[in-house]
Ligand binder design. Structure first.
Ligand SMILES: Cc1cc2nc3c(=O)[nH]c(=O)nc-3n(C[C@H](O)[C@H](O)[C@H](O)COP(=O)(O)OP(=O)(O)OC[C@H]3O[C@@H](n4cnc5c(N)ncnc54)[C@H](O)[C@@H]3O)c2cc1C
Length: 485
């Protein structure tokens, strides 16, 4: 089927488009920003956005869309930017992605849409993520919103409970409210947004953006209930049998921190990344004493790990005043799962990278506080199951370094609460909920998606799974009505 695309006002001849340089996004100065929590990236200007959009060569087969887990109509929204219809461009994205201001900031575009952009074969790819961020911010600042543009559907009278307000849950809420169902999001914490609010720091994703997105869903009719732990406050069975929910979506995330199981991990001054980032982000520890959650200002903070979580933690430690902040990672930089941009920004801010190093013990003073880390140097062996080369300890390489704060960022598992309280729902050996491609679990009427199914992944993958589940829930509710009428 041929899609109708907006008419392009891109008057730049095709040959010239190839010579336009990719537009750099302005950012805060590295020295200045390493002492504050304000956003690092400042966003493209409207002029830059139009120039960047004019780089798109309007491919007949837009491979960029194949690289996007939610299939945003990328060429269409870019054409609308060429036409200077920025709100139209934001609305075009919102047809497939309810959180563009967030995805424009945190999606790993370099391994998704931009990786397969045809321009990228010979030149630099079109900066799709920066454009997405630009139009989403523009629409937010100029009054464009779902609540105003989308007509309220006929109510179906059917109720859906969404457990967890992370990107998976928010994506389901956005899709199902548009179908006319009554949608309630239950969240265990006192703020909505999941990792977007408690994990990713303000300097990468300002909380006000998330508040706007949640407010926009509220304006569309989604109900939000906080401080409500499904499995404790009420079970899934109770939600369905007593509160009359016809279907339940579980977007619980993977919020259970993993540890290294080495001596000294329980010392004072050793945190899981979850605790450390939650204290800083959710409890506003970075605003102490304005807010009352203290966070230690270290002389030497080390963060163990090489993912986005590790980068967020080490850059937070630096901003909290650590004299030295280091990443300690057992493989080399090439194997680091963190986004290139985060590694680059961390380096600019003065973070030291100790690659091919692995702690084997944390050592305490007589008060029980960490004062040193015993480490081994590593070298890379054969690839392991993940396809990355396995780190192997080097003989006789043990050394001790002074540290007074350690953050462990070696991954997260799933919280066992739902599995314990709802044995009807099958889980696998890692505790993840077993669900089919459309999110159906082993319990009738209960669907699941995001990190609780896939294990720790990305915002856009969680949203993609949420959207698939929304289609399946809608289908389920339709057949349920059919079978009872
Ligand atoms: C520090 C950090 C940085 C990251 N950076 C990036 C990045 O830059 N780009 C990217 O794409 N991905 C990033 N990720 C990964 C990404 O954030 C996750 O993949 C994504 O948030 C998963 O979404 P989700 O909706 O499945 O779960 P979550 O975002 O984890 O949300 C789950 C929500 O469910 C709630 N909940 C759990 N159990 C219950 C219950 N029983 N009752 C009620 N509520 C419950 C939780 O409190 C939470 O709010 C990062 C992850 C972390 C930890």
């Amino acid at each position: 089927m041929i899609r109708e695309r907006p008419q392009s006002f891109n008057e730049v001849p095709m040959k010239e488009r190839l010579t336009i340089p990719r537009q750099e996004m302005p950012e805060q100065d590295a020295v200045e920003r390493s002492g504050n929590f304000l956003e690092v990236n400042l966003g493209l200007t409207p002029e830059q956005a139009v120039i960047e959009a004019q780089r798109c060569i309007e491919c007949k087969k837009p491979t960029c869309m194949d690289g996007c887990p939610v299939s945003i109509k990328i060429p269409d929204f870019i054409q609308l930017i060429c036409n200077q219809d920025f709100i139209g461009a934001a609305d075009k994205i919102k047809e497939d992605n309810s959180l563009p201001a967030i995805c424009g900031r945190v999606c790993p575009q370099e391994t998704q849409c931009e990786e397969v952009c045809v321009m990228g074969k010979r030149f630099e790819p079109v900066a799709i993520g920066r454009l997405e961020r630009f139009v989403a911010d523009y629409a937010m600042n100029h009054g464009g919103s779902d609540a105003k543009t989308i007509e309220k559907p006929e109510p179906t009278g059917q109720k859906v409970a969404i457990v967890g307000s992370g990107p998976a849950g928010l994506a389901v809420a956005s899709d199902l409210i548009k179908e006319g169902h009554e949608v309630t999001v239950f969240e265990a914490l006192h703020e909505f947004g999941g990792v977007l609010v408690y994990g990713i720091p303000e300097f990468r994703l300002p909380k006000v953006i998330l508040k706007e997105e949640v407010a926009s869903l509220e304006a569309m009719g989604v109900k939000f209930v906080k401080n409500f732990i499904v499995g404790r406050t009420m079970t899934i069975q109770e939600l369905m049998a007593e509160e009359g929910f016809d279907a339940v979506f579980l977007g619980l995330g993977a919020g259970l921190p993993r540890f290294m199981n080495i001596p000294g991990e329980n010392l004072n001054g050793v945190y899981s990344a979850n605790e450390f980032l939650t204290r800083s982000n959710l409890m506003r520890g970075y605003d102490f004493p304005e807010w009352d959650t203290p966070l230690y200002r270290a002389k030497h903070a080390i963060v163990v790990g090489g993912g986005n979580t590790a980068m967020d933690a080490v850059r937070t430690a630096k901003r909290l005043g650590a004299e030295e902040a280091s990443i300690v990672y057992r493989r080399s930089e090439e194997e680091m799962p963190a986004r290139n941009e985060e590694i680059h920004h961390a380096k600019e801010e003065g973070v030291e990278f100790m690659n091919l190093v692995n702690p084997i013990e944390f050592i305490s003073d007589d008060q029980g506080s960490v004062v040193a880390a015993k480490c081994l140097r590593m070298e890379l062996g054969e690839p392991d199951d993940s396809g990355r080369r396995r780190p192997v300890p080097m003989e006789g390489s043990e050394f001790i370094m002074d540290v007074d704060m350690v953050v462990i960022a070696v991954g997260n598992g799933s919280n066992p609460l739902i599995a314990q309280t709802t044995p009807e729902i099958d889980t696998n050996k890692w505790g993840n909920i077993v669900a089919d491609d459309d999110g159906r679990t082993s319990m009738e009427g209960v669907f699941a998606g995001g990190d609780i199914v896939s294990g720790g992944a990305t915002v856009i993958l969680a949203m993609g799974q949420g959207r698939k589940s929304a289609i399946a829930i809608n289908e389920y509710l339709r057949t349920k009505v059919g079978s009872t009428s």
